[in-house]
Design a binder for this molecule. Structure first.
Ligand code: DOR
Ligand code: ZN
Length: 354
């Protein structure tokens, strides 16, 4: 039902509030894509050795800056990986990084329930073990970013996000009413509804792939590993609820790609890795999703305003211009010794970032 036929769309330079750029050669392969699209990005800390200290986060931030191609103005914002025994004094050190001139800014901590996803083995086994850290975060004004899935093997994979809300998020929200929480990469109607009805300190990121696809994409014409991510794609009714939330102008929904590169041979594998690589054309994919429901005029706030406002950071200067223009996505990118196959490899996209 596209009724908006504009040929181009110019928005304030956006931010990506959830991205994986890895480290080493992989970092060099992907960070230019993110830096070309976004003014800032919140970098996930789930490296093979998780980023659990401010010193590690700042060193990682410096490696990211060094890997950004010359001429791109880009700021990596850092998150620490929350563990059962994180020293609450790290929280105070993290807050101090937000003072000017102290290197990469650490603005949040990421909660991975142990075993929920890629490199989450060091994650949290019991939320109560983190309560001292959460108290310090609430006091210091650091955000909690939540991978919202229970890990209990008896819970159906497709229900793990909805069950997480009842078992973990509602009690957490009650126990820390002053903590700013981002429910990351939401995938269900239940999550969108929870955030809609929550107060001003609860927000959510939404990926482009969860706006564009439902779970049929993983199985159409054979198993399609490049559509496999966590939380897994859900039914069409859930996709529609996410599109509704993203395009609703509610400031507590904002852009987070969860672009998550893996070597192609580890995705096309008997036990394939979770993650969709979208950073190379993230804005184009979001534009497609918003355009499909006639909501291009809502893209700027979702991509460029709501996240910055929720994090209490200034909105970016500068702009990004998207043209309505057909182009074919690359089949793959170099990725160290391996190849990286993006979402939409070899397919035509209808928008192009200038
Ligand atoms: O699909 C995903 N990939 N989901 C996550 O939660 C982690 C990410 C990754 O790091 O590969
Ligand atoms: Zn992620």
């Amino acid at each position: 039902m596209t009724t908006d036929t504009r040929a181009s769309l110019t928005i304030t330079r956006p931010d990506d509030w959830h991205v994986h750029v890895r480290d080493g050669q992989a970092l060099h392969a992907v960070v230019g894509h993110t830096a070309a699209q976004f003014g800032r990005a919140l970098i996930m800390p789930n490296l093979r050795t998780p980023v659990t200290t401010v010193a590690q986060a700042q060193a990682y931030g410096a490696r990211i800056r060094a890997a950004v191609p010359a001429g791109l103005a880009f700021e990596p914002l850092m998150a620490l990986y929350l563990t059962d025994n994180l020293d609450p004094s790290e929280i105070h050190r993290a807050r101090k990084t937000q003072d000017a001139g102290t290197g990469a800014r650490v603005v949040a901590l990421k909660l991975y329930p142990a075993g929920a996803t890629t490199n989450s083995d060091a994650g949290v086994t019991d939320l109560r073990k983190t309560y001292k850290a959460l108290e310090a975060m609430q006091r210091e004004g650091l955000l909690l970013l939540v991978h919202g899935e229970v890990t209990s093997p008896e819970v159906d994979l497709f229900d793990r996000e909805a069950v997480f809300i009842d078992r973990q998020l509602i009690p957490l929200r009650r126990d820390f009413p002053g903590l700013r929480i981002v429910f990351e990469h939401i995938t269900t109607r239940e999550a969108a509804q929870y955030v809609n009805e929550a107060g001003p300190l609860t927000a959510a990121t939404i990926t482009a792939h969860h706006l564009l696809y439902n779970r049929n994409a993983i199985f159409s014409g054979g198993i399609r590993p490049h559509y496999y991510c966590l939380p897994v794609l859900k039914r069409e009714a859930h996709r529609l609820a996410l599109v509704q939330a993203a395009t609703s102008a509610n400031p507590r929904f904002f852009l987070g790609t969860d672009s998550a590169p893996h070597p192609a041979h580890l995705k096309e594998h008997a036990s394939g890795c979770a993650g969709c690589y979208t950073a190379f054309a993230a804005l184009e994919m979001y534009a497609e999703a918003f355009d499909a429901v006639g909501a291009l005029n809502r893209l700027e706030a979702f991509a460029s305003f709501h996240g910055a406002d929720f994090y209490g950071l200034p909105r970016n200067q500068g702009s990004a211009c998207l043209q309505r223009q057909a182009w074919v996505a690359p089949e793959s990118f170099a990725f160290g010794e391996a190849r990286l196959k993006p979402l939409r490899a070899g397919e035509t996209l209808g928008w192009k970032l200038q």
